[in-house]
Each structure stands twice: as structure tokens, then as C-alpha cells.
Ligand binder design. Structure first.
Ligand code: TXA
Ligand code: MG
Length: 315
């Protein structure tokens, strides 16, 4: 098992030595390595059992730093960065050669973000390289939002988990880029479309749901999946057919079943923060399958529903 602690100096030294360290962010925990060292980055793919056609996000601490790694920062995207970094926003920008091809799976653009977590921002400032970090879970499984989630699944592959407590956003960053001068969203996430439209009020394109397309990887049809079958629909009707199911609920309705409530007061922000813990808790429970229903399609509800759809898809 890995050691869980708050020692930034230790985390920094391990990363300088080319090792992997799990780091907290406001979205989910990341499995980090030196993004400029292809050998260290290869360790991430191995530990996660992640296919190398699925590129990684690099993390750094400022817009100025990002500019050291990219050829161009389109004005519309810089507006978003100024408004929402540090925060749950990832931008796709044309990469400089200094970023290894393994990080981007050979694509011309690199995904970058400035995470909003004090420990990780301090760590990033101590390093003279950015950190490549996917979510710290085995490929395809539910993302981790607590250090213990990481330890359970990847504890044998890493030495150290930097303990930043519970992730306050709880779902991954929203991925945004530009195509033909138009803003495109590649993954729904912790920054809502409404928030993006406030800053760049132009027609927004959607690139989501393209399953297994190597130009927009990570949008695989089946992802974020518990081991147990997840069924989405009318909870009461589903419960009649599945007496031993566990329920992932939202709002104050009570069910005659083992239940994890994402937010009793029906708050979508609270539900996002609880989503992955809820899926994990029910996955480890006695429930034979997990039953849930879609949440309202506003704010973070869209991203939550996206995760539920993928978690429910057949593997
Ligand atoms: O919130 C987050 O974004 C977390 C934390 C740790 O920062 N990271 C995360 O990484 O969710 P990961 O690897 O689980 O998901 C990153 C997604 C992948 O699905 C990948 O396909 C997409 O970003 N991505 C990365 N680089 C890309 C690129 N150059 N073009 C298109 N998609 C890219
Ligand atoms: Mg992931």
C-alpha cells in the first residue's frame, strides 16, 4: 500500500526522480508524473492499464507557464482561462515539441489545466516541469475523490498519495478547445456549459459521445463504470423487478432499498461531489445491481448524467 500524507517536499522529490505520485485536485485525484519525461509518463499508462491512444492532461500553475508548453493560446480560450483557472477547465492547445508525443497520443494538441487545490498548486510551483495526470483509477473504473479510493486500487503501483482530503467538485474537468474558429466541448465536467457561455457567448459545438474515436478519446461509450450493473430509469418500477438492488438517489424521496443519496436537498453541486463515492459505496454493498435515474439537465446535471450514461453502458 502507498503512504498517504501531506508532505509536499517528499512528493516533489519522488516526481523529480521520475516516480508516480497521486495528487489531489478539486475534481478528482490524479496519478501524476513529470509530463516532460516520456519514461515517467509511460509509467502512468502501465499503472492504470490505460491504452496509449488515450491522451493525458498536463497540469501547471499559471497561464504564463502554460504558454511555455504551447504554440498558441487563442484569445477566446485565454478568456476562459482567465475567468476559470485555477478550476475545473481543461483547454486543448497546439503543443510545442517539448511535450512528448506519448502525452498527447500523437495528437497536435495538448490538454492543459490549472487545478484548484492549494497543496497541488504549491507542489507545481516547486517543480520545473508540468505534471501529466489522468484520474488515479484503473482504466474504465470510477474516478477517485478521496485518498483511500486511490490506495485501494493503485496502492500497489505507487509509493505516495498526497492527501488533500475530499475533492470538492467531484467530477472531472470540462474539456474545451477550438475547431474552425468555434468553441468545442469535448467532455462535460465540473465547469457547466452555462458558465462557459457567460464568458464566450458564441455558438458552442459538441464533440461528446463519439465512442472510441481516437481524435476525441476518453469519450468512450463505457467509462466511469462500477463492477456491478448500473441501470437508469424509473427507480420505483425498477425496484419492483429487482428486489435486491441498491439505489443511487437524488432529492428527498425515500425508497425501500439500500440507498445512497447524492443530495437530499436536490443540489446538483453537492450531487457531483458525492457521485463517485456513491457509485463506489454501492458497488461494495450487498445490492445485486445499482439503480438510479437521470438528474435535471441543468448546470452540473448534464455532466453527472453523462457519467451515469457511460457507467451504465455495456462493457
Ligand atoms: O479533472 C480532470 O481533468 C482530472 C484531474 C486529475 O485533472 N483528470 C482527468 O484525466 O480526468 P483523464 O485522463 O482521466 O481524462 C482526460 C481526458 C481523456 O479522456 C482524454 O481523452 C482527454 O482528456 N484528452 C486529453 N488530451 C486530449 C487531446 N489532446 N485531445 C482530445 N482529448 C484529450
Ligand atoms: Mg479518467
Amino acid at each position: 500500500m502507498a503512504v498517504i500524507g501531506k508532505d509536499i517536499l517528499k512528493a516533489a522529490q519522488l516526481l523529480r526522480d521520475g516516480k508516480l505520485v497521486a495528487i489531489p485536485t478539486e475534481t478528482v485525484y490524479g496519478l501524476a508524473s513529470n509530463a516532460l519525461d516520456a519514461t515517467a509518463v509511460a509509467g502512468i499508462f502501465k499503472a492504470k492499464n490505460r491504452p496509449t491512444f488515450d491522451p493525458l492532461i498536463i497540469h501547471t500553475y499559471s497561464i504564463e507557464k502554460v504558454k511555455e508548453y504551447v504554440l498558441e493560446f487563442p484569445a477566446e480560450l485565454e478568456k476562459l482561462a482567465k475567468a476559470y483557472w485555477p478550476g475545473p477547465l481543461t483547454l486543448l492547445l497546439p503543443k510545442k515539441n517539448i511535450i512528448p508525443d506519448l502525452v498527447t497520443s500523437g495528437l497536435d494538441k495538448v490538454a492543459v489545466r490549472v487545478p484548484d487545490h492549494p497543496l497541488t498548486l504549491e507542489l507545481l510551483q516547486q517543480l520545473n516541469f508540468p505534471l501529466a495526470a489522468p484520474s488515479a483509477n484503473p482504466f474504465g473504473y470510477v474516478s477517485p475523490t478521496k485518498p483511500e479510493h486511490v490506495n485501494k486500487q493503485l496502492g500497489n503501483a505507487i509509493e505516495y498519495i498526497l492527501d488533500g482530503g475530499n475533492c470538492k467538485v467531484g467530477i472531472e474537468s470540462t474539456i474545451v478547445g477550438m475547431e474552425n474558429g468555434k468553441i468545442c466541448i469535448y467532455r462535460l465536467g465540473g465547469l457547466s456549459i452555462e458558465q462557459i457561455e457567460k464568458v464566450v457567448p458564441i455558438a458552442i459545438g459538441m464533440k461528446i459521445n463519439s465512442s472510441g474515436d481516437p481524435t476525441a478519446p476518453g469519450q468512450l461509450k463505457s467509462h466511469y463504470s462500477p463492477m456491478k450493473k448500473l441501470v437508469i430509469g424509473n427507480i420505483e418500477m425498477l425496484l419492483e423487478k429487482n428486489k435486491n438492488a441498491a439505489v443511487l438517489s437524488f432529492g428527498n424521496k425515500k425508497y425501500n432499498a439500500l440507498t445512497f443519496n447524492l443530495s437530499e436537498k436536490a443540489d446538483l453541486i453537492e450531487a457531483a461531489a458525492n457521485l463517485f463515492t456513491g457509485l463506489r459505496t454501492l458497488d461494495e454493498s450487498n445490492g445485486e445491481i445499482i439503480i438510479t435515474n437521470y438528474l435535471p439537465e441543468t448546470g452540473l446535471g448534464k455532466a453527472i448524467n453523462d457519467r451515469l450514461t457511460r457507467a451504465a453502458a455495456n462493457k
